[in-house]
Design a protein around this ligand. Structure first.
Ligand SMILES: [Zn+2]
Length: 385
């Protein structure tokens, strides 16, 4: 699916410790019971855990960046007449300014990060700048994000202001203070990264849905930025999200399949991913996309977690799937269009210096799925992207 799974996100705080990799026997056909004391061992993986003395994939929740909101979206309020006007007149409201896809970050030492874990981190870490409501007067578009639910600002209404060049220059002329989501996400708190993903998703939708898809009439933003209305057809048009699956495939020897995309620089590898087609279940999309991109049959897709990916409008749905028992793992057929190289890697190979494999960013869902399988943080000997 193009570069859709080229994630960069923040490091996870609570990864499990790295287990010592060791050679393992082939597990084909083995279906014993897990004697591990790993409480999260998923039932269908227990045959592997029994052999590996470790559960390759837990069933606990994955810690996935961009997906950890600390926000009450307060959707019920969106349809209230004059909501944005009243919020922007209320001095407790805080505004997040976005200009050409870049959000304004707080200056050093301003400590605007309401989601940071402690005071020291709040001062040092970059955070979304929270402005007074009149700071972004003249914005092209406002979006009511909801109310903060954490930290000293719990209950504070948050509004995004999508601003043009002139207003942006008035708010903050220093371009270094404006950052893209890709650049900022690894540095921001969970709360701020989630907010930025929400803003970017809706801002992208506004930018591309100025006209009615049915009749071409200019549409009008309503419901605090969550609807565009066609006055001619009298219909509401809602923000869209395009689902895509991203899949950690393992074989009977507990290796993981990585692919390199044609549009990436050489050495970059990640999990395979693809868009869900209309009229298709997620499970079928996993099986179809993996076949199309790699030529292999996979079975038993198991959902693991999701991550908004607003580039421009995706949500990535993470799965684990097994190579079919009837499938020769060496019969890999990269599609040659999106995927130009495929490799099976053991944990040892993945983590060893000289592998030549650049892994996805530390906080992507691809990384989260890989590290869940690996059993902890994967060392980046070759770098990451
Ligand atoms: Zn229309």
């Amino acid at each position: 699916m193009g570069s859709g799974h080229a994630f960069r996100v923040r490091p996870r705080a609570s990864a499990r410790p790295i287990a010592t990799p060791s050679p393992r026997p082939s597990l084909t056909g083995f279906r014993g019971r897990c004697d591990d004391d790993e409480p999260n061992c998923r039932a269908e993986d227990r045959y592997r855990a029994h052999e590996l003395r470790r559960c390759p994939v837990s069933d606990g929740p994955l810690s996935i960046p961009l997906a950890r909101h600390l926000l009450d979206r307060d959707a019920d309020s969106r349809s209230r007449d004059g909501l944005l006007e009243s919020l922007l007149a209320d001095p407790i409201t805080r505004v997040i300014a976005v200009h050409r896809g870049r959000a304004l970050l707080s200056g050093e030492g301003e400590g605007a990060d309401q989601g940071a874990d402690d005071g020291a981190a709040a001062v040092a870490a970059p955070a979304l700048a929270l402005l007074d409501p009149d700071a972004a007067t003249g914005a092209e578009q406002y979006l009511y994000l909801g109310r903060s639910t954490d930290g000293p600002r719990a209950g504070t209404p948050l509004v995004a202001a999508i601003v043009g060049d002139e207003v942006a220059a008035r708010i903050e002329p220093d371009p270094a203070r404006w950052a893209t989501l890709r650049a900022a996400a690894p540095l921001l708190s969970d709360s701020d990264a989630g907010l930025f993903a929400e803003i970017a998703s809706v801002a992208n939708w506004h930018a591309s849905h100025g006209f009615c898809p049915r009749c071409g009439t200019a549409t009008i933003p309503q419901q605090a930025g969550w609807v565009r209305h066609c006055p001619k057809d009298d219909i509401d048009i809602f923000p869209r999200t395009d689902p895509a699956v991203i899949v950690l495939i393992t074989d009977a020897d507990d290796r993981v399949l990585l692919g390199s995309n044609a549009t990436w620089t050489p050495g970059r590898y990640s999990l395979l991913a693809g868009f869900v087609e209309p009229g298709e279940s997620l499970e079928h999309a996993v099986i179809r996309e993996m076949k199309e991109e790699s030529g292999v049959d996979v079975v038993d897709p198991v959902y693991r977690g999701s991550q908004p990916w607003p580039f421009p409008a995706s949500i990535m749905l993470g799965f684990h799937a097994r190579l079919s028992d009837a499938q020769d793992p060496e019969s890999l057929v990269p599609d040659g269009v999106e995927i130009v190289d495929l490799r099976w890697l053991t944990r040892e190979q993945l983590a060893s210096p000289g592998s030549g494999v650049l892994l996805p960013g530390a906080a992507s869902i691809a990384r989260a799925l890989l590290e869940d399988w690996y059993g902890g943080p994967i060392p980046d000997h070759e770098g990451r992207w």
